[in-house]
Design a protein around this ligand. Sequence first.
Ligand code: F6R
Ligand code: ZN
Length: 177
Amino acid sequence: MSSIDWKEGRFQSKGAMRSVKRIGDMAGVFSDATAWQSMDQQMLVYSVEWEQRAEPGLEGGLFWGATIIQPGKVGEEYFMTRGHFHMRRDRGEYYTTVQGIGMLVLRDDRATWTEVMSPGSLHYIPGQTAHRTVNTGESPLIFWACWPSDAGHDYATIEKDFFSIRVVNQDGALGIA
Ligand code: F6R
Ligand code: ZN
């Protein structure tokens, strides 16, 4: 058994994996390359802690983890995750928000759409759907996720503006560009 701090998006027990993305790890992700270059490359953008009791790639297992996206912007664009498809395209996922406010951006082969994330919001990400999360607030956006152990992550396909929309702050207002 493990134990978690639900609201803080942290594992209290040992054994969780952790990954951290700083500004310097996110070349090409944000649209304003000049603004990105001028920022402190060590600035934290998001971190993920997750538990994988099953072997990655094993069919039938589940992973469980939390993402914390810091508040901030690169130029006009809010801090966000890189985003991905699952390598096994038919694998779905659940997200549920515990703190903060944000946007889940989804894209399948027909359309791009968004869902507002706020404490208590539950999001089902169907298979065949690329997903990215954006912190549109002024405090950390924290959400838990549960996904299949054989889902895998495909980051290459979503490079080069795959989502087709960007979540921005223009003149103080939240907008989609
Ligand atoms: C797992 C999943 C999340 C993300 C996390 C970071 O399938 O969707 O745990 O991995 O929010 O986002 P990426 O992986 O896009 O950097
Ligand atoms: Zn995923």
